[in-house]
Design a protein around this ligand. Structure first.
Ligand code: SF4
Length: 312
């Protein structure tokens, strides 16, 4: 078993100005992520931190000067976990995410937190004290053996239980179905499981770029050989017809179960008890490519997002 390399580092600030339209600051109390997802988009950040270890085997624990004047973040959208999971298992020991929340308590900042963990339950009361906080959990399967193949985070059942606890406590929750693996992710089954305990359902397709493309393609070839021709079409031949068909199917399913279905739009704010809105992000990559100078209002995704997206 590979040992995790832990470094404690001093940083000037844990809050970074973001150019996303709906998130003014991205906040990452850690660098690296020991959930070690095989498909992690965030593994690119190794380049910027000088790490040579394999993704998932190192973690930098950030220490920053206590946030002065937290009130200046009143009404600002802070996205905690844009690059790495703020509730990796080491958070239990180091508590840097908790420290951040305590420093911001009472500031009136609007928190958005992305995770694949249920350790966040520890901070439920604290998170609840922030206005309009929302928490998303990444769930791309109900099959625990596939999940175990893909990440070292907690089981899907534990994520769903955490989501339910937050929802019942009155905190807005998102079921982030990401990344959707063609032929493997059962979107309808996940929606049916989560729809009574979340306010939003995000759909994001699996993108394969960088070093992990080979890892995933090899995995499919070995474990799901019948799907390999499909993956070849999508990821080698760049055929988008699978996603276009899936988009149509999801739209019909949404109508069937009475949910709203929108594309690349994170601006819908319904009453807490209203049924969740399904937001399709299959096309956000394309939009980003076509619109490098600015994404359309409400677009939530960006390349730094770990939530499957990104991360969580
Ligand atoms: S996808 Fe998210 S949870 Fe998984 S390794 Fe990357 S940062 Fe961590």
């Amino acid at each position: 078993m590979i040992e995790t390399v832990i470094n404690e580092i001093d940083v000037k600030s844990v809050l970074t100005k973001s150019n996303l339209p709906v998130c003014e600051y991205s906040v990452n109390p850690y660098a690296g992520c020991t959930h070690a997802c095989k498909y992690c988009y965030a593994s690119f950040m190794k380049r910027f931190t000088g790490h040579t270890e394999d993704w998932g085997t190192f973690l930098d624990i950030k220490y920053w000067k206590e946030i002065k004047n937290p009130g200046k973040y009143k009404g600002k959208e802070l996205f905690i976990g844009s690059v790495t999971d703020p509730y990796n298992p080491q958070e239990e020991t180091y508590g840097r995410t908790r420290a951040l929340l305590e420093q911001l308590k009472g500031s009136g900042a609007k928190l958005s937190i992305a995770t694949k963990s249920d350790l966040i339950l520890r901070d439920l009361d604290l998170i609840k004290s922030f206005p309009n906080a929302r928490v998303s959990w990444s769930i791309n399967t109900l099959d625990e053996s596939f999940r175990e193949d893909m990440d070292k985070a907690v089981s899907i059942e534990r994520r769903l239980a955490a989501m339910k606890a937050f929802y019942l406590a009155g905190v807005r929750t998102t079921c982030f179905i990401s990344p959707i693996f063609p032929g493997i992710t059962d979107i309808k089954a996940i929606i049916r499981r989560a729809m009574s305990q979340c306010n939003l359902i995000w759909l994001e397709n699996l993108n394969l770029r960088g070093g992990y493309k080979t890892v995933i393609m090899d995995y499919i070839k070995e474990k799901y050989p019948q799907l390999f021709p499909l993956y070849h079409e999508i990821y080698d031949c760049k055929d988008r017809s699978y996603w276009i068909t899936l988009d149509k199917e999801c739209k019909s399913f949404a109508v069937e179960i009475g949910l709203d279905y929108v594309t690349n739009d994170d601006s819908r704010h319904k009453d807490f008890n209203a049924p969740p809105v399904i937001v399709n992000y299959f096309y956000h990559e394309q939009i980003r490519k076509n619109n490098r100078s600015g994404e359309p209002n409400g677009t939530r995704r960006d390349s730094e997002n770990h939530a499957g997206i990104a991360g969580s």
